[in-house]
Design a protein around this ligand. Structure first.
Ligand code: GDP
Length: 628
């Protein structure tokens, strides 16, 4: 991919003299050469015509060294009228190339305005070790917050004792002369929210597991997230001070999940700690540094800063205020930054002790003011030498974002999958499987693993028992996955979240049908299918048993509309317990045909009397969806 890898000079502060002099005098008008990016013109090489963006007829003619009139004539013969200045889309460019015997290839140009996509190639000699960025994850109440506080408060540097701190979402800890950056919003929500926006800030996840409680659902989720993000993990077995704590049990449980401690020949470091009693914390910090040394984390402090917004808010006195994590380069107060689609001059830069900083080298979290608006957590930022550049780039990004949003999708639908497989873009299908019981989740996973279609792999990133939750949606969105529900259904909130994140949820009750569907998609053979459309949901508030009639469910319709005679299913804790039809419907004593949101009704279900209070009744129709 031409131009994706950038030379280090492009964004370096090379004209500013020695880097050890970062706080010194700076030359403000750096050449803008690199920042604009080198745009490669179209060209023919070995019979392959390479271009980027769209081309006009005359540009294409020029590049292919044919006459524009020939192109116009050829397209006219194909029934397409174009003028010499008409801009040709990919399809037309391709047609013309083929007519003249060339293969063609479209290249993606990454310019400074696409800074998320820059793969920066720094010169080896400029790379310096940088502190690791650590996120703490684990099940609720296992001690994440306590650990964060203990680490923060233990041996605080002398000058900072008693200093007023500000919560900026991250802090740096110095240990044995080395720094570690901790993200201080624990848990995987923030982590996944970042990742679903394409940001990855974490180098190491510390997985906290309480020794008196063991592996719990969120422990497993945290592991899934760390694995899906390809992030190194250190296990902190916490609460070893609690009588009856059983660290060995935690090890056994994690080994069953394929997380093998070093002492058993694996590669995961386990540290036994008590966050509350401050036991084993030094050892944990040492191991974090050890791990980070093994990862050889490096960055180039000489370039203009690039990184991610950790959090942002509107401060009443100071205006938009954002915490930035510098991931490469050095941010200076007085730089101009572009964040997401906004820009501004760094007016003041502070650390978590409210100390004003002039420079922030790689892995430093800083709070800045001076932006024109409040950015979003997870946005990327990049620093520029001049206001003009920052402003230009921000406006180009705003435009690109608009275009992207028009055709955006963060999750992946089966249709997308089909299209992308067809275009050779997808080799991996990420799948999340949720099922009513662990046995069927495993059975579905097993059958999917056995599917063999050339050139396409199925990657199961989570497979577990239980209802489809928001956490599943976030993981799917972050990993471009499709969720397969087997005998489980999302509730209305989860469905809304899925719509928002554009994540596709496919639900089935027969393994065979599920496998057949995904196999068809893998082969690019999507047939016309019946898809269901949920018309509404009602909550069962009360039950009456009436002889001869059976069980009547007193319901409140919570979304959409339910209609007498329509297909429905009964859900208990997100799991399908029955599928049938709405047999009768009453408003008070009157027969009714339908009930809308926020109205009550009494229902009976064909051949089903085992309705419980709290069950959900979901009405749906099957509609034909055109296939490919
Ligand atoms: P989080 O939900 O994971 O952030 O958990 P917290 O840090 O809020 O801790 C939950 C509870 O466990 C609190 O009451 C803590 O005081 C307690 N706790 C945390 N770490 C330890 C520990 O090492 N030993 C003991 N005995 N209690 C702990």
């Amino acid at each position: 991919m031409a131009d994706k890898k950038r030379k280090y000079e492009d964004f370096s502060r090379k004209n500013e003299g020695n880097q050890s002099n970062l706080t010194g005098k700076r030359i403000s008008n750096l050449p803008s050469k690199g920042v604009k990016g080198k745009k490669e013109g179209p060209k023919v090489n070995n019979g392959v015509f390479t271009y980027a963006g769209s081309l006009t007829v005359s540009q294409l003619a020029d590049q292919l060294q044919i006459s524009p009139a020939d192109i116009i004539k050829y397209l006219f013969m194909q029934g397409k009228m174009v003028t010499i200045n008409a801009s040709l889309d990919d399809e037309l460019i391709g047609e013309v190339c083929l007519e003249y015997g060339y293969d063609f290839k479209k290249e993606k140009i990454v310019e400074a305005e696409n800074f998320e996509e820059l793969e920066i190639e720094d010169d080896e000699k400029d790379l310096k070790e940088r502190p690791p960025v650590v996120t703490i994850m684990g099940h609720v109440d296992h001690g994440k917050t306590t650990l964060i506080d203990t680490i923060r408060n233990s041996n605080i540097a002398a000058g900072e004792v008693g200093a007023i701190t500000q919560a900026i979402g991250a802090y740096q800890k110095e240990y044995n002369g080395k720094k570690i950056t901790f993200i201080d919003t624990p848990g995987h929500e923030a982590f996944t929210a970042m990742r679903s926006r394409g940001a990855s800030v974490t180098d190491i996840v510390v997985l906290v597991v309480a020794a008196d409680d063991g592996v719990m659902p969120q422990t497993r989720e945290a592991i899934d997230h760390a694995k899906a993000a390809n992030v190194q993990m250190i296990v902190a077995v916490n609460k070893i001070d609690v009588p009856g704590a059983n660290p060995q049990h935690v090890k056994d449980q994690l080994m069953a999940l394929n997380i093998i401690p070093e002492e058993y020949g694996g590669d995961t470091i386990f540290c036994e700690i008590s966050a509350k009693k401050n036991i084993g914390i030094d050892n944990l910090l040492e191991n974090i540094l050890l791990k980070s040394e093994m990862l050889e984390l490096k960055a180039n402090p000489k370039r203009y800063a690039l990184g991610t917004v950790l959090e942002a808010k509107l401060d009443r006195g100071e205006g938009p205020k954002a915490t930035l994590l510098v991931q490469n380069g050095t941010l200076k107060s007085s730089d101009y930054v572009v964040v997401g689609t906004i820009y501004g001059k760094v007016r003041r830069m502070t650390n978590e002790y409210k100390k004003t900083l002039k420079v922030a080298p790689p892995s430093t979290p800083v709070s800045i003011i001076g932006l024109s608006d409040v950015p979003s957590a997870g946005d990327s930022f990049m620093a520029f030498p001049t206001e003009k550049e920052a402003k230009d780039i921000a406006s180009k990004r705003a435009q690109a974002k608009n275009e992207r949003e028009m055709r955006s999708s963060s999750g992946m639908s089966l249709d997308d999958l089909y299209n992308r497989i067809h275009e050779g873009e997808v080799q991996n299908i990420n799948v999340i499987i949720k099922a009513d019981v662990a046995g069927s989740a495993e059975a579905v996973a097993e059958s999917l693993r056995k599917l063999k279609v050339d050139g396409v792999n199925i990657n199961i990133i989570r497979s577990s028992a239980g209802a489809i939750t928001e956490s599943d949606i976030l993981l799917a969105s972050a990993s471009n996955a499709i969720i397969y529900g087997f005998n489980v259904r999302p509730n209305a909130n989860v469905r809304a979240k899925a719509d928002e994140e554009k994540v596709e949820i496919r639900t089935h009750r027969i393994i065979y049908a599920l496998i057949e569907e995904i196999e068809a998609a893998m082969k690019g053979l999507l047939k016309p299918t019946l898809v269901e459309s949920v018309s509404g949901q009602a909550e069962v508030r009360q039950i009456w048993k009436v002889s001869k009639v059976g069980t009547i469910a007193g319901c409140m319709v919570t979304s959409g509309t339910l209609t007498r005679g329509q297909k429905c299913r009964i859900l208990r804790d997100g799991i399908i317990v029955y599928e049938g039809e709405i047999q009768s419907m009453k408003h008070g004593k009157e027969d009714a045909k339908e009930t809308r949101t926020n109205f009550e009704c009494g229902l009976t279900i064909t051949n089903f009397n085992d309705i419980h209070e709290g069950d959900l009744i979901e009405g749906y129709e099957m509609v034909e969806k055109a296939g490919k």
